[in-house]
Ligand binder design. Structure first.
Ligand code: AHR
Length: 353
C-alpha cells in the first residue's frame, strides 16, 4: 500500500473510531439519564452464616396473604436469620417506600411480592443500583420495565395464565360449552389479575357460547367481591357461572348468591383459585365446581434460593410452583386431563390454609 493510501485509511479509521466513541458515549449518557442499568451485572451475595432478609408484603387482608407472611416468618426463625417485614396495606406507593426503607437499612437481600406490575418495577431497579439482590415472590413486574436475570434474580411463583386456563377448561366441560359468565377480577394492574384473566379467556375462546357478560375488579378481597358481584348479578340475572380470580372473592359471591335466595353450585356455578380452607370446604359441599391451587407457602423455597445465590449457584430466572386442581369427586376426565395434579378437596383439606 502506498503511503498516501495508508494515510487515507488511517484518517478514515480514526474518524470511525471517534464516531464510535461519540455514538456509544451518547447512548450511555441517554441510557443513564433514563435510569437504565441493564449493562451492569446482578448484585452478588456474600457467604455469611446469617442474613438480614427484607420481605415486602402487599397487604394482609386475606388468609392467603397471612399464610404467606407466616411461611416467611417461620422460615426466618428456623434459619435464625433476621427478617425485616413490611406491609404495604394495599398501596403500591407505600410498597415502593417500604423497599426504599429496606435499602436504607442495608438488608442483604429483598423478597418482594409486588402489588402491581408497573409501579414496583422502579423499586426493583433502585435495589439493583444499591447492589441488593431481589427475588420477586408470587407476583411479577412488567417485563418491559424490569427483567428477571437483569434487574432482579428470579420470579418465584405460580403460572397464573395456566391457573386461569385450567379454570376455563373445567368450566367449559361442566357447562357443556354454554355459559353466561360473571368474572371477578383481582387487583387491577397486578400480574395475577392480568394473567388469570388471559388464561381463562384463552380457554373459553374456542367455545362460542361461553360468554363473559360482566367483568370487574373485586381487588382480591371478600367483601369487595361480594359487593361487586351483587351489583353485577343484579344487572345480569341470567348469569349462570362465576369465575373469580381468588377464593376470597368467590366466598363473597357465594354470600351474595345465598342472600339472594340462590343455590351456589345449582343455580349458579363457581370456579376459583388459591386453595384456602373455606374454598376447599365449598368444593366439598358442591358449591364450587373447581378450585385451582396457588400456594402461598414460599418461605422454604425463598430461603433455599438465598443460600444458592450466596453459593454462586446458577438460579433459573423463573422458579415455578406446581399447582394442583381440586374438585369434589375427581371424575375420570379430570384425572385424564390433569393427571397427578388432580386431587379431591377432601384429600387436600388437612393441609389447606
Ligand atoms: O398473588 C396471588 C394472589 O394474591 C392470590 O390469589 C390472592 O389471594 C392474593 O391476594
Amino acid at each position: 500500500m502506498s503511503k498516501k493510501n495508508k494515510d487515507v485509511f488511517s484518517t478514515v479509521d480514526s474518524l470511525n473510531r471517534r464516531k464510535f466513541i461519540f455514538t456509544s458515549g451518547t447512548a450511555l449518557v441517554s441510557f443513564t439519564l433514563l435510569g437504565g442499568n441493564a449493562f451492569s451485572a446482578l448484585p452478588k451475595l456474600k457467604k455469611k452464616s446469617k442474613y438480614k432478609v427484607g420481605f415486602a408484603q402487599t397487604e394482609s387482608n386475606n388468609p392467603w396473604r397471612l399464610a404467606q407472611t407466616k411461611s416467611m416468618k417461620d422460615t426466618a426463625a428456623e434459619y435464625g436469620w433476621d427478617l425485616v417485614y413490611t406491609d404495604a396495606a394495599g398501596s403500591a406507593a407505600k410498597q415502593v417506600s417500604d423497599v426504599r426503607s429496606m435499602i436504607a437499612q442495608r438488608v442483604d437481600v429483598i423478597l418482594l411480592a409486588p402489588r402491581e406490575e408497573k409501579p414496583l418495577a422502579v423499586a426493583v431497579k433502585e435495589a439493583k443500583r444499591a447492589n441488593i439482590p431481589v427475588f420477586l415472590i408470587d407476583r411479577n413486574v412488567d417485563q418491559k420495565l424490569a427483567k428477571a436475570g437483569e434487574d432482579y434474580v428470579a420470579f418465584v411463583g405460580s403460572d397464573f395464565v395456566k391457573e386461569g386456563r385450567i379454570c376455563g377448561e373445567v368450566c367449559a366441560k361442566v357447562m357443556n360449552g354454554n355459559a353466561k359468565i360473571i368474572e371477578l377480577q383481582g387487583t387491577t394492574g397486578s400480574s395475577p389479575a392480568i394473567d388469570r384473566g388471559k388464561g381463562f379467556a384463552e380457554a373459553i375462546s374456542s367455545f362460542p357460547n361461553m360468554n363473559i357478560v360482566a367483568s370487574q375488579s373485586g381487588d382480591f378481597a371478600r367483601d369487595k367481591g361480594r359487593q361487586v358481584f351483587e351489583t353485577l348479578y343484579q344487572s345480569h340475572p341470567e348469569a349462570d357461572l362465576v369465575y373469580s380470580h381468588n377464593d376470597e372473592m368467590t366466598m363473597g359471591a357465594i354470600a351474595a348468591l345465598e342472600a339472594a335466595g340462590k343455590v351456589p353450585g345449582k343455580d349458579v356455578m363457581l370456579a376459583s383459585i388459591d386453595g384456602t380452607a373455606d374454598a376447599a370446604k365449598a368444593v366439598m359441599a358442591g358449591k364450587v365446581i373447581v378450585c385451582v391451587e396457588c400456594s402461598p407457602k414460599f418461605g422454604p423455597k425463598a430461603f433455599e434460593l438465598i443460600k444458592k445465590l450466596a453459593n454462586g449457584e446458577n438460579i433459573p430466572t423463573n422458579v415455578g410452583n406446581i399447582d394442583r386442581v381440586f374438585t369434589k369427586d375427581n371424575p375420570k376426565w379430570i384425572r385424564d386431563k390433569y393427571g397427578e395434579l388432580a386431587m379431591t378437596a377432601k384429600d387436600y383439606l388437612p393441609e389447606a390454609f
